[in-house]
Design a protein around this ligand. Structure first.
Ligand SMILES: [Zn+2]
Ligand SMILES: [Zn+2]
Length: 170
């Protein structure tokens, strides 16, 4: 059984496909549940703003997704909030010619699975309160952004710094 409220993101593609060049806009805000996005970092409704343009062999979908998030800093655990934005540039096809294309099934183009993928990717992003966040002391737990504790953690520090460097490189 399919949950009901995703209808706003399910578009009748038949008419669009009859008129190559035709454009249609879709702008909705939906709760995470409508996209099957059950993510602890999601802190509000997800905004989807897309333009659908009909081609001869499919429909191009361009625009963006916005998702408000709230999660702790990866190093110091301070609570952070923000709005994640991601661009979308995808294609939907009846006959999948492009291997990255999303399917048009029974004349319907369903934006929800695509929006879900993008939103989850954004929400999975780990965050830092600032690039050089000093984090918590592994021994006493003090926030090193606030002050320096007396713990001797030099060796540990270097090891973590190297690991953080690797993570940040990607
Ligand atoms: Zn931090
Ligand atoms: Zn300490």
């Amino acid at each position: 059984m399919e949950a009901a409220p995703k209808r706003e993101l399910r578009i009748n593609a038949v008419e669009l496909l009859r008129q190559p060049g035709a454009v249609r806009s879709v702008e909705v805000t939906v709760p995470g549940g409508d996209l099957d996005v059950d993510h602890e970092a999601l802190a509000g409704v997800i905004g989807v703003a897309l333009e659908l343009e009909a081609l001869n062999d499919g429909i191009v979908v361009r625009g963006g997704i916005e998702a408000p998030w709230e999660r702790p800093c990866r190093r110091c655990l301070k609570n952070l909030k923000g709005l994640a934005r991601a661009d979308i540039d995808e294609i939907y096809q009846v006959d999948i010619l492009d291997e990255d294309a999303f399917p048009i099934v029974d004349g319907q183009l369903d934006l929800a699975p695509m929006a879900r993928q993008v939103a989850l990717l954004e929400l999975d992003d780990e965050r830092l309160c600032r690039d050089d966040c000093a984090g918590l002391c592994p021994q006493c737990g003090d926030d090193r952004n606030v002050g320096k504790c007396d713990c001797d953690t030099e060796v540990t520090d270097h090891r973590w710094a190297a690991l953080d460097g690797l993570v940040l490189d990607d």
